[in-house]
Ligand binder design. Structure first.
Ligand code: AMP
Ligand code: MG
Length: 349
């Protein structure tokens, strides 16, 4: 299949392109598109054949459910069995935006879209290209992140092309995404609302609206023997092709350890990479040194992480090290992705 690649400006959206993309989706085809979190790989959420195609294009395991994207609050009721009060409260506070809520699904949603589950994950994105595309597609787009399964999520249009060229009908390039990490997922079907995946909307923000919110214990991998509640969380994810290790401890010690290890690998002919911050970047000696921004700017770290991991792949880095980040606020989401990318390998120095 020939993949059409089209650049769009979020502030001046070409309606002809959106119309055509909508036709592709309504006809059962696939379109990758920007959202405020990461790029999504979209298909008609109510068409089981489209969902099957999404799994095939990504190489995604069939039991890893997709998120259904909507663009109007009134489109939520038809796909859910019931909307608890918490759902309305969270929608009022965070939609449109980077929050996904899990509800009991209605019969309108095929189990192909939900990975066989009786629940459905729903998000209302704020990106204008995403919103117009969802409307043009008929109201419901199933979209996981637009990466090949296991790879870091795409934060640029060209990342989608790298992973999906020849596998989707169209890619809409809307420029760099704003947030850079996938949406926060909260399960509203459990007794106490539970965060299944941390994101830009933090536990503190959710608790301000709902009172107590639980966090799934497997999120930071502290108890990896527990089965994860979000089916997707059991899979290796976000990983670069080489080996990544997180190094934790006092700053001077971390720098010393990483430099030492990199010299060691370099002497054996391996290519090395470091993920660090503006404050420390000058002090590293590795083949590839990449700052994710200032340590004080957590949002910058979130926005840069996946792009840096992909750059390491492009440069064929074999051994990589990352500084560790504070787990408060959005840091919880950053460390969740980083831990997965590193296969939970952490060295304390
Ligand atoms: P992705 O779209 O690639 O960011 O992945 C979607 C995430 O949402 C995966 O981790 C899924 O396991 C999770 N998810 C989607 N639907 C459900 C659901 N009904 N119950 C629990 N987790 C879900
Ligand atoms: Mg994903």
């Amino acid at each position: 299949m020939k993949t059409e690649y089209i650049e769009l400006n979020e502030n001046q959206i070409d309606s002809g392109v959106i119309r055509r993309a909508g036709e592709i989706l309504r006809g059962g085809g696939l379109v990758a598109f920007p959202t405020e979190t990461v790029y999504g790989l979209g298909g008609d959420a109510l068409n089981p054949e489209s969902s099957r195609k999404i799994y095939a294009a990504k190489g995604r395991p069939q039991d890893n459910p997709l998120i259904v994207h909507i663009c109007r609050m009134e489109d939520l009721a038809p796909i859910t069995e019931e909307i608890p009060a918490a759902g309305y409260a969270l929608a009022k506070a965070f939609w449109p935006g980077p929050l996904t809520m899990i509800f009991h699904k209605s019969i309108l949603v095929p189990t192909e879209t939900t990975g066989g589950l009786s629940t459905v994950a729903v998000r209302f994105p704020s990106n204008k290209i995403a919103a117009e595309l969802i409307r043009a597609a008929g109201g419901y787009i199933a979209a996981p992140s637009a990466n090949a399964s296991g790879r870091p999520s795409p934060t640029l249009g060209r990342h989608c092309l790298e992973d999906l060229d020849g596998k989707v009908e169209m890619i809409l390039d809307g420029g760099p995404v704003g947030i850079g990490l996938e949406s926060t997922i909260i399960d509203l079907t459990s007794e106490v609302p539970t965060i299944l995946r941390p994101g830009y909307v933090t536990q503190e923000m959710l608790e301000k609206v709902l009172g107590t919110v639980e966090v799934d214990r497997t999120i930071l991998g502290e108890e990896t023997n527990l089965p994860p509640k979000a089916p997707g969380m059991k899979y290796r994810h976000y990983a670069p092709r080489g080996e990544l290790v997180i190094v934790e401890g006092r700053q001077e010690k971390v720098i010393q350890y990483i430099n030492h290890a990199c010299e060691d690998y370099a002497a054996r002919g391996f290519k090395t990479g470091v993920i660090c911050t503006d404050e420390t970047a000058q002090q590293y000696r590795a083949d590839l040194v990449r700052s994710a921004g200032s340590r004080d700017d957590e949002e910058s770290v979130a926005r840069c992480l996946f792009r840096i991991l992909r750059e390491f792949d492009e440069e064929e880095a074999q051994f990589m090290f990352s500084e560790s980040f504070d787990r408060a606020g959005i840091g919880q989401a950053v460390m969740n992705r980083l831990m997965k990318a590193a296969g939970h390998r952490v060295v304390q120095v």
